[in-house]
Design a protein around this ligand. Structure first.
Ligand code: PHE
Length: 451
């Protein structure tokens, strides 16, 4: 235990946790969800839910993690002495480790595509058209190769440890991500047609705000975006120093995550309408806006093509942004099973990072070679079912199983006067009653929408 890693500073923790949170979910999921669900109305609902639901659950993960100084399995098992809750805690932790690993197994496939699309403009500009075309043509060999490359980089960073790997690289990559994003936003907003997309994103269609699909999509989006339920925030919390003020730090992470999702909306939706101005179809056959993989891998690349020479640079920057966002999230996913196996077996970080990654890569291989059957299934299993259900368990552990006095004494470290704060007046009962009920609503979402 003595050699557990630790973030060296609050900024380091914030950038790592924000790096985990900011991912494909923000840059791709959020803007397209907004476009499909009443624009500004969705944005407003998302912000409300991110702070009223996701933030309290994030706090549960961070507090439990920092208190237990351990992975999710050990942490949840240590909160009470009753044998029953220990067993449920261990089981929930194991499901968390499995869920994080499964999320990584599909995330790394998508991130691999992003690398291929990032390299394509470089090869095109060198005149290597044939190889460039191969990169952007869907195929098993390409998928396996780039998934392997992405996993190799993720494994390398995780094998370097908390401070040298996670913290150091999040601290470098997050400011880079922000700079690329701001540059792209300014460029896209100056193009003809952009304002129409901006309007769609920002002007609320309030007639949709009470629709259950809008509320539930915003809930699910907030949950995935803050990396909740699967123990990523719990393990990052366990590396946080005891002198940190937890409620404040958690609030900053939530704010950074929601702000970057908002910025992504300022990029993606205007870009779609610039594409339309350039003659590219941005609607599917049923009249709705293209939102899925076709948006990222067809509409936007066609837009970059239509921009001429500069399009190569814009395309490269855009997909670099995606790769960076995916990488800072994937390292947090891999840390979950790696920390668990290190703490359970006592073996070293390097061999275990490699062994765990190989197993996850094998799962990715199974998904790639059975793509139509498995890809969507794994995504829906993990993000629609496992994440909300595990989030519910975390609230039950923080709100019901864990002794209130112990919780308070953990929070007092780094925040002496917490008892007088608004946070302490609201959060404990909130995480007991309100969060579980709201999460049950997300969990039941497929039941409402499948009919
Ligand atoms: N928050 C990440 C995103 O928005 C996804 C993620 C989910 C990361 C679960 C870690 C754990 O893309």
């Amino acid at each position: 235990m003595a050699s557990r890693g630790q973030f060296s500073s609050r900024t380091g923790f914030i950038l790592a946790a924000a790096g985990s949170a900011v991912g494909l979910g923000n840059i791709w999921g959020f803007p397209t969800n907004a476009a499909e669900n009443g624009g500004g109305a969705f944005v407003l609902m998302y912000f409300i839910l991110a702070f009223c639901l996701a933030y309290p659950v994030l706090m549960a993960e961070l507090i439990i993690g920092r208190h237990a100084q351990a992975n999710m399995v050990t942490a949840l098992g240590s909160l009470s002495n009753s044998r029953f809750s220990k067993t449920i805690g261990h089981l929930s932790g194991i499901f968390g480790v499995i869920a994080a690993s499964l999320i990584l197994s599909f995330y790394s496939i998508v991130a691999g595509w992003m690398i291929a699309y990032m390299i394509e403009p470089l090869l095109s500009s060198l005149g290597l058209t044939e190889t460039a075309n191969w990169l952007i043509t869907s195929g098993t060999t390409r998928n396996i190769l780039f998934c392997a490359i992405f996993m190799a980089v993720t494994t390398l960073l995780i094998s370097l440890g908390v401070e040298q790997g996670i913290e150091r690289w999040s601290t470098r990559l997050m400011p880079t991500l922000l700079a690329i994003m701001l540059g792209l936003i300014v460029y896209v907003l100056l193009q003809p047609g952009a304002m129409e997309g901006l309007r769609l994103f920002l002007v609320p269609d309030f007639s949709q705000i009470t629709q259950p699909t809008l509320i539930l999509s915003a809930l699910g989006q907030a949950f995935f975006s803050l990396s909740l339920g699967v123990g990523t925030m719990l393990i990052y919390g366990s590396y946080m120093q005891k002198t940190e003020n937890l409620p404040k730090t958690g609030a900053i992470v939530t704010l950074v995550d929601t702000s970057i999702a908002f910025l992504a909306g300022l990029l993606i939706l205007p870009a779609m309408f610039v594409a339309r101005r350039n003659g590219i179809d941005i609607h599917s056959a049923d009249g709705s806006l293209i939102a899925g993989p076709d948006l990222i891998f067809q509409v936007l690349p066609s837009l970059f093509d239509s921009m001429g020479e500069i399009g190569l640079l814009v395309g490269f920057m855009f997909f670099s942004l995606m790769v960076i966002a995916a990488l800072t999230s994937s390292i947090s996913m891999l840390e979950v099973p790696v920390a668990f196996t290190i703490e359970k077996t006592g073996f070293g970080r390097k061999p275990l990072s490699l062994a765990v990654s190989l197993i996850i890569f094998l799962v990715s291989l199974v998904i790639i070679t059975n793509f139509d059957r498995l890809f969507g299934l794994v995504i829906s299993l993990t993000t629609e079912y496992m994440q909300p259900l595990l989030g519910l368990m975390l609230c039950i552990f923080a709100g019901w199983v864990w002794h209130r006095d112990k919780l308070l004494s953990e929070l007092k470290q780094g925040h002496e006067t917490i008892e007088q704060s608004l946070f302490w007046k609201i959060w404990p009962s909130y995480v007991r009653f309100v969060c579980p009920l709201l999460i049950i609503a997300i969990f039941a979402q497929p039941l409402f929408t499948s009919g």
